[in-house]
Every structure is written in C-alpha cells, then in structure tokens.
Design a protein around this ligand. Structure first.
Ligand SMILES: NC(=O)c1ccc[n+]([C@@H]2O[C@H](COP(=O)([O-])OP(=O)(O)OC[C@H]3O[C@@H](n4cnc5c(N)ncnc54)[C@H](OP(=O)(O)O)[C@@H]3O)[C@@H](O)[C@H]2O)c1
Length: 333
C-alpha cells in the first residue's frame, strides 16, 4: 500500500510517499480503508524526533494519528464492527500510521463515524475531541456554571474544547488573534481575548480551570487567572512525574520530568491549586460519546484546508506554521 513514511528523524524535508506492506490484522483488530486523515502538531513533532523518548518508534514509520474510513475486514475476536461500516479513530499511539491507504486499529479504539459528517470532517475529530474530553470531562470534571479558559480557541483542540465546555454548561473564555475573533465567538465562547491587543492575565480572574496548549509564558501567566484551588491543565507540557510513572518511563526520565515541571507544580500549589499534564490516549468508548455529541449538533468540526494525499508534506508544513484555523485534512479517496 502507499503510505507517507519517515526513514529518519528530521525537519521539513523528511518524509515521502512509499510502498509499504499492508498492515497485519490481529484478532482484536479492524482493517480499515482510509478515506481521510487529519494532521496534528503531534505528527510534525514525531517527525522531528521530539517525542522519541516517550514514543520510541521503529523506523521506517508511517506517520498519522487520526483517520476516517471504511471497514474492510475484522479479526477473529471483533464483535462490534463489520465490513462496510464507516468508522473513525485515533489509533493507539504504538500503532499509528494513518497517512496510508489502510490501517489496522484495535476494536477498543474505534467508533462508528458520526452519520451527519462526511469522511473529511470525521477524520478531523478524534484526536482533538478526545484531548478536549480527557482534559475537560475526565481530568477537570468540569461542571455547569464553572469558568474555564481555553487557550488558542482557533486551533484544532481549541475549536472543539470551546464547544464541549459550552455543552457542559461552563462559562468559556478563550484567546486568539484579531482575524479569528468573529468565528471563534460564533463557536460559543463567552469572552474572546485578542492576544495581539490584550494580555489575558490582566483581564480574566476567578477561573476554575485553564486548558493550556501554548508555551511557558502563557502557562505561568495562566495561574493568575485561576481562583484559589483552581486547576491548570496543560497539553503542551511540561510533563509531570505522575505522567512519567503512569507511562512506565525509565527512572532517569522520571527525574528529568520531575525537574522540568517542578516550578509550575510548586506555583500551582501556592494558590492551593493543582497542575496536571494530560497526554491524550486512544479510547473508542469516549469516541462514541463524542459521536453522539456531533450527531446532536453540540459539536461541529471546523476544517480549514483539505490536501490530496500526495501533498501530505504541504499539509504538514501548513500545520507546522501554527496558523491553522481548526483542522487540516489529507484525503486518500
Ligand atoms: N498532550 C496532548 O495529548 C495533546 C493533544 C493535542 C494537542 N496537543 C498540543 O497542543 C498544542 C495545540 O494543538 P492544536 O492541534 O490545537 O494546534 P493547532 O491547531 O496547530 O493550533 C494553531 C492555532 O493556535 C493559535 N495560536 C498560536 N499562538 C497562539 C497564542 N499565543 N495565543 C492564542 N492562540 C494561539 C493559532 O491562532 P492565531 O493564528 O490566531 O495565532 C492557530 O489557530 C500543540 O502543541 C499540540 O502538540 C497536545
């Protein structure tokens, strides 16, 4: 099958479409013909080698962490899917490779795609929506009436997190740049801070939760927005020792992450609050809940650009620019 692979770690120039063996289908796997795959910053970070201590892949590696497609065949123990089903998934992180014609995904990581979405829109959902779910529902346990700041409301994660937080009944503030204010507000945000004009840390107060997806500066300033006892949750780091232990990382790496996150953990404690790093994971059951929210109209994906599969490197470069408005998708069929 055709697939977009890397043979070595590196920046922009690395990666090409090549012929690769068809995926091995284990007893609890579902083989899928991929129609569309979305790009995540994780793909360019994986390509550059930034994650190789946490995700030690063997090369050559097929990139890609999100997909929608049609079931071709199922393993002997699969009960809930059959050939012809239209499905979507964020595959397990040790079995990635959605920039390809086929992939085998564990049944437990898969869900039927929302009936009201085409393949391109569906492919844009799983990783970003599961991230938003695991931050807001699973970690923050966000309740009706609580206040949440979601950074980068115009990004892949931000566009879905705003809608999920509103669905949960929260009051939502977000940050974006001037050109994006209008459409980000239309996603449901109650307050939109133009980060080119205003400093969110001087405007917002008394928040229960912050979802940070930006750098160290925004991470530290986010503490000023929280009320005492508030919860700062970051998906862009720094990772914590709790994460390192849960992930089974080697002891020396645990100590490195302890040091890297020491400052922010200490500062959060000082306000009686908490700092958590979330590294999202595949989860078919959560994805089914997301399917229901998409079908009810509570969550609507935002797709910025669609590239043909042969232009995957261009799609990666566009996401790498950091200016995407919602999600970027490559189309195989
Ligand atoms: N830990 C995890 O499990 C996990 C999961 C998903 C994502 N992530 C990480 O989370 C980050 C965001 O992911 P994503 O998919 O949402 O990225 P993305 O879609 O590429 O984000 C692009 C958006 O970020 C906005 N942005 C850039 N700088 C900003 C700033 N200073 N303030 C406010 N908005 C800003 C841009 O808006 P403007 O053009 O208006 O600046 C753009 O719309 C990445 O670092 C990614 O690796 C982690």
């Amino acid at each position: 099958m055709k697939a977009f692979i890397i043979d070595r770690y590196g920046k922009k120039e690395v990666g090409r479409i090549a012929d690769m063996p068809d995926p091995e289908v284990r007893d609890d796997d579902v083989l899928i013909r991929i129609h569309a795959a979305s790009i995540n910053p994780l793909d360019t970070k994986t390509r550059s080698g930034e994650f190789k201590l946490i995700l030690p892949y063997r090369l050559p590696l097929i990139l890609g962490n999100d997909m929608a497609g049609t079931v071709v065949r199922v393993g002997a123990r699969v009960r809930n899917f059959k050939p012809g089903d239209e499905v979507y998934a964020r595959p397990d992180d040790d079995r990635i490779g959605t920039f390809a014609e086929f992939i085998a995904v564990k049944e437990s990581s898969l869900a039927l795609k929302p009936a009201n979405l085409g393949m391109v829109e569906a492919a844009s959902v799983p990783l970003a929506a599961l991230t938003a779910w695991q931050v807001l529902v699973e970690t923050a346990k966000l309740k009706k009436g609580q206040k949440v700041l979601i950074h980068a409301g115009s990004g892949g994660v931000g566009t879905i997190a705003i809608q999920l937080a509103k669905h949960l009944g929260a009051f939502v503030a977000t940050t974006t740049s001037t050109a994006n204010i209008g459409w980000v507000k239309a996603l449901g945000a109650d307050v939109v801070i133009d980060y080119k004009q205003q400093d969110f840390a001087t405007v917002l107060r008394g928040y229960d939760v912050v979802l940070n997806s930006l750098g160290t500066n925004e991470l530290n300033k986010s503490l000023q927005v929280l009320k005492p006892g508030g919860h700062l949750i970051s998906i862009s780091g720094p990772p914590t020792p709790t994460f390192a232990v849960a992930r089974g990382l080697a002891w020396p790496l645990q100590q490195v992450l302890r040091l890297l996150s020491f400052g922010i953990r200490k500062k959060a404690k000082k306000i009686g609050g908490e700092y958590t790093f979330v590294f999202m994971r595949a989860d078919g059951a959560q994805l089914r809940e997301i399917t229901a929210l998409v079908e009810s109209g509570a969550i609507r994906p935002v797709v910025d650009k669609v590239f043909p599969f042969q232009d995957t490197h261009k799609a990666l470069a566009y996401v790498d620019s950091g200016r995407a408005k919602g999600k970027v998708v490559v189309q195989m069929l």
